[in-house]
Design a protein around this ligand. Structure first.
Ligand SMILES: Nc1ncnc2c1ncn2[C@@H]1O[C@H](COP(=O)(O)OP(=O)(O)OP(=O)(O)O)[C@@H](O)[C@H]1O
Length: 251
């Protein structure tokens, strides 16, 4: 039987009372490799942030016994400021912070591991380059090297292969399989259904509400995809979260 690591119980998350994730329940098993798929604005990134405790539940909850340091998180490219003048090696070394703290001096071992991580992602020789000078694919490799150094139990990837060339995507998918083979739990937000079908055994299909969750082929059945699309077309961005009976004001 699978070993539940993260449990959603009737999870609802709202921004300014407008629901982004609505009544989601289910569990992510330890060591599983799960894709979160769904239309734009479906709440996928919000769900990842909820797992890490970065957004608060309006209703229900996320349960696990993990701390923030147990999560390795790759944000969407759009959320990262690449103008910051920092070298490739220093960016990778930030992966050591969750275990060592930001103000501890860098050990020789951290340095060796960071260089090894850069070799693993094919960026040996890029150590002193400023991150602002890298291509999108090279920068994504740097962020994966940082995750390698972090050595987290649970890896959360938000659109890791968007706008990335085919060769880099292939190399990074190999790393994802390597993490999964190591027994880590990997959860990735993805748009490309072919990639999901080829590489992710489990899928959670979200359209603010949960459409399906389970074996990928079944979760992404034509009926489920149609349902997700219909939900997305019917969204009312101004809708309020539904309040449970007991919280509704008396008429
Ligand atoms: N910080 C925020 N403040 C207000 N609304 C937000 C915030 N973050 C997300 N939202 C809204 O919540 C909804 C879900 O957003 P989210 O980014 O989780 O969706 P997504 O499925 O990851 O979308 P995409 O595939 O386009 O990245 C959207 O309507 C979005 O505009």
């Amino acid at each position: 039987m699978s070993d539940p690591l993260i449990r959603f119980s009737n999870l609802t998350i709202a921004y300014d009372r407008h629901p982004a994730v609505h009544h989601v329940s289910g569990t992510i098993a330890r060591g599983s490799l799960t894709a979160i798929a769904g239309p734009n604005g479906a709440g996928k990134s919000t769900l990842l942030k909820a797992i890490m405790g970065e957004v608060r539940a309006a209703e229900g909850r996320v349960e696990h016994r993990l701390s923030r340091a147990d999560f390795g998180y790759l944000p969407q490219a759009a959320e990262i400021n690449r103008r910051f003048p920092i070298s490739v090696l220093d960016t990778v070394l930030m992966g050591a912070w969750p275990r060592s703290g930001a103000f501890r001096s860098i050990s020789r071992q951290d340095m060796q591991e960071a260089r090894r991580a850069l070799q693993t992602v094919g960026l040996e020789g890029f150590e002193t380059r400023s991150i602002g000078t890298l291509s999108a694919g090279q920068f994504q490799r740097v962020l994966f090297a940082r995750l390698l150094l972090q050595d987290a139990k649970v890896i959360l990837l938000d659109e890791p292969f968007t706008a990335i060339d085919a060769r880099t995507t292939r190399d990074l998918i190999e790393l994802v399989h390597h993490w999964h083979g190591d027994g880590r739990t990997v959860i990735a937000v993805l748009h490309d259904f072919d990639q999901v079908r080829a590489h992710f055994p489990q899928t959670l299909l979200l359209a603010r509400e949960l459409i399906s969750w389970g074996e990928t082929e079944e979760a992404l059945s034509p009926q489920n995809l149609l349902k997700a699309r219909a939900m997305a077309e019917a969204w009312d961005e101004q809708a309020e979260i539904c309040m449970p009976e007991r919280k509704r004001p008396a008429a």
